[in-house]
Design a binder for this molecule. Structure first.
Ligand SMILES: [Ca+2]
Length: 244
């Protein structure tokens, strides 16, 4: 386990953790008294006691793991600005890229909009914890629902061929998409996934197809971290290595 953290995605997580340490060390130097950080960290955790209690019953984390994720959020918050109350969507987008191997910036934008649906640039603590639960320990059904939600860019409740054209352009065929090829591809996918033949792909259509063929889960673009990346991030804070 330890050796794995030196390679690939795990290495990126190590880099991320080191960067966090570097930034928090700088923040504590700025405060002169390093113990102040620990006190602030404890105060910060206390602030979220009720939220942690509520989410420990709902999400796939123990209270201890949620506390660790609260501290990671705190360190991100402190890394850039001591006064602000929330981290930003752009910072989470960087984490998607650097830590979770989601390198398609177009998809990362759609993902962020669904992980924190509030307008504005901020990303809340609650959404951070919910996102990590989905990304690190999400069930297959949660993953199916999330991918569908991300692909449903306009929140219409269904995926139509026009939307699929938009999703698949650029990511599958490169920058110079051949529109005819793309159109054929979308027709082919719609034919396969539109089980009740109403011209659009509903969540139920999507779910039935994915249960049959799990490899199609992210067929319209990557929405979830690679398995290796999510395990590597989990290892960085959970005491329950055996439950990975
Ligand atoms: Ca349908």
């Amino acid at each position: 386990m330890v050796n794995r953290t030196k390679r690939g995605s795990a290495g990126k997580t190590a880099t991320f953790t080191e960067e966090l340490k570097r930034r928090t060390a700088k923040a504590s130097r700025d405060h002169l008294d390093e113990s102040l950080d620990t006190m602030e960290e404890t105060r910060f955790k206390r602030k979220y006691v009720d939220l942690i209690h509520k989410l420990s019953k709902e999400l796939h984390f123990t209270r201890e793991e949620l506390e660790s994720l609260v501290v990671i959020y705190y360190k991100l918050l402190r890394a850039n600005n001591t006064d602000r109350k929330e981290i930003t969507k752009n910072e989470v987008k960087d984490i998607l890229h650097d830590t979770f191997d989601i390198t398609d910036t177009k998809m990362a934008g759609y993902i962020i909009c669904k992980l924190d649906k509030r307008p504005g640039p901020n990303f809340s603590m609650e959404n951070w914890l919910r996102s990590m639960s989905l990304y690190l320990r999400g069930t297959f059904d949660e993953q199916i629902k999330f991918c569908f939600e991300v692909y449903d860019i306009m929140s219409k409740g269904v995926l139509d061929p026009r939307m699929l054209m938009h999703l698949m352009s650029g990511s599958l065929l490169g920058e110079h998409d051949d529109m005819e090829v793309l159109k054929d591809l979308v027709e082919c996918v719609t034919k396969k996934m539109d089980l009740d033949r109403d011209g659009v792909i509903s969540l139920e259509d999507f779910r039935q197809v994915i249960v049959e063929e799990p490899l199609l889960l992210e067929c319209f673009g990557q929405c979830l971290p690679t398995r290796l990346a999510s395990k590597a991030f989990l290892i960085s804070f959970t005491p329950y290595i055996g439950k990975l």
